[in-house]
Design a protein around this ligand. Structure first.
Ligand code: AOF
Ligand code: ZN
Length: 338
C-alpha cells in the first residue's frame, strides 16, 4: 500500500480518525474499526473510536467526548469519520440520525460502508438533512485498515492470509517422520512475537491434521495484543488425537473440521467442551463458506505445506505473509509454490 503523509487539513484530521480506529485492532470483529473526530476552527473538540462489537460507534464516542460548554459549536464544526455513518438500528441506534440531528456544517467520510444495511444510506440521510458531505478522504488507507471487514462484506468469505517461513533454498522445514523430531525454527524471537500479533488480528487460525499431529501447536495469541482467535483443525481422513494441545488447552475455542463421514464417527464426550466439530468437504471454497456462516471474517492459514498449497491453487486468498530466512537446508519439505 502506498502511504503518503497527509497534507490538507481534511487529510490530517482523517489521519487522526484512522489512528484512533486502529487502537481497537483485533477487537472489533465482526465490526469494522472506525475513528471519528469533531473539529471547530482547526481545533479538535471531540474524538473517539469503536472499541468492540456491541460498544457505541465511533461517532457517538466522539460526540460524548465534546465538553458540555463546547457542544453549541457543533453547527459550525466539521465532523470526520473513517467510515460512512451507519443508517440502521443494529446493536446501537443509527449514527447518521445522531449527526443529522446535530447538524454540523460539514461531514467528511473516508469511504462508504458496503454493509448491506448501510451502503450509501448514511450519507443520503446526512445530505437529506442539508449537510454537506465529502467522501473519499484517505480512502485507500481506510480500505487497507478494514480489509478483513470489507472482503467479508463484499465477497461473502473471510479475508485469508497465508503465512509461512522458508529457507533461501525454499524449504519450510526439515524432513521429519514423527513428533519426536523438532521442527526447524527459522524465526527470530522478534518475528515470533509479530506472528503472535498477526494471530491476534485474525478471527481464526487454521492448520491441517498433519501439522497438528507433527508440531502439536498451541495456536494461541501470546503477544498481549488483539484477540484470541478460534483454532481450526482441518482433517480429511482421521479424527485427531484428543491429547493434542489445541484440543486440551481451553484458552481459545477449537473447531475440528471433518468430512461428513468422519463427523458421524465422533464419539460422545471425545473432546472437551471448548472443542466442537463441523462438517465440510476438502474444498477451500466450501470451507470458507462454512467459516463465514460461523461469523468468521478473517482467517490466518499457518500450514502445513499441503493446506497452504490448496489455498494457493484455489486462488481464494488475499495476503501472503512469508518470512525469507537467510539459511539453506539443502533438503526438506518444499515451500508452497506461488
Ligand atoms: C458507524 N460507526 O463506529 C461502526 C460502524 O451491530 P451494530 O449496531 O454495532 O452495527 C454494526 C455495523 O455498523 C457494522 O457492520 C458496520 O456496517 C457499521 N459499523 N458504523 O457508523 C462505527 N463500527
Ligand atoms: Zn454507527
Amino acid at each position: 500500500m502506498k502511504r503518503t503523509a497527509p497534507t490538507t487539513p481534511d487529510e490530517i484530521y482523517m489521519q487522526r480518525c484512522l489512528q484512533l480506529a486502529a487502537l481497537a485492532q483485533g477487537r472489533t470483529s465482526p465490526n469494522p474499526m472506525v475513528g471519528s473526530v469533531i473539529v471547530y476552527k482547526d481545533k479538535i473538540i471531540g474524538e473517539g473510536y469503536h472499541h468492540y462489537a456491541g460498544a457505541p460507534h465511533a461517532e457517538v464516542m466522539a460526540w460524548r467526548s465534546v465538553p458540555e460548554e463546547l457542544r453549541g459549536l457543533v453547527g459550525e464544526a466539521t465532523w470526520y469519520v473513517s467510515l460512512e455513518p451507519c443508517a440502521h438500528y443494529g446493536k446501537t441506534p443509527p449514527c447518521a440520525e445522531l449527526i443529522a440531528g446535530l447538524r454540523p456544517a460539514r461531514v467528511v467520510v473516508a469511504m462508504l460502508d458496503p454493509f448491506a444495511k448501510v451502503d450509501g444510506r448514511g450519507v443520503a440521510r446526512l445530505r437529506e438533512a442539508g449537510i454537506e458531505v465529502s467522501i473519499g478522504c484517505l480512502e485507500q488507507a481506510a480500505i487497507a485498515l478494514n480489509r478483513h471487514f470489507l472482503v467479508a462484506q463484499t465477497l461473502g468469505r473471510p479475508y485469508v492470509t497465508l503465512k509461512w517461513a522458508e529457507s533461501a533454498d525454499h524449504y519450510i522445514d526439515r524432513l521429519r517422520h514423527d513428533a519426536s523430531e523438532a521442527p526447524y525454527i527459522f524465526s527470530s524471537p522478534l518475528r515470533q512475537r509479530s506472528v503472535h500479533r498477526l494471530r491476534g488480528l485474525h478471527d481464526a487460525i487454521l492448520v491441517g491434521h498433519h501439522t497438528a499431529e507433527l508440531d502439536d501447536p498451541l495456536l494461541t495469541n501470546r503477544s498481549g495484543c488483539g484477540g484470541q482467535p478460534i483454532r481450526l483443525l482441518w482433517c480429511h481422513s482421521r479424527l485427531p488425537r484428543p491429547e493434542l494441545r489445541m484440543l486440551q488447552d481451553a484458552t481459545a475455542r477449537t473447531i475440528i473440521l471433518l468430512p461428513p463421514t468422519l463427523m458421524a464417527q465422533v464419539p460422545d464426550g471425545q473432546y472437551p467442551p471448548h472443542v466442537s466439530c463441523l462438517a465440510t468437504t476438502g474444498e477451500v471454497r466450501d470451507l470458507l463458506t462454512l467459516l463465514r456462516s460461523q461469523g468468521i471474517e478473517s482467517l490466518l492459514v499457518e500450514g502445513g505445506a499441503q493446506v497452504l498449497q490448496r489455498f494457493l491453487d484455489s486462488g481464494l486468498y488475499d495476503e501472503l505473509n512469508v518470512e525469507h530466512a537467510p539459511v539453506e537446508l539443502h533438503d526438506g519439505v518444499p515451500a508452497p509454490n506461488v
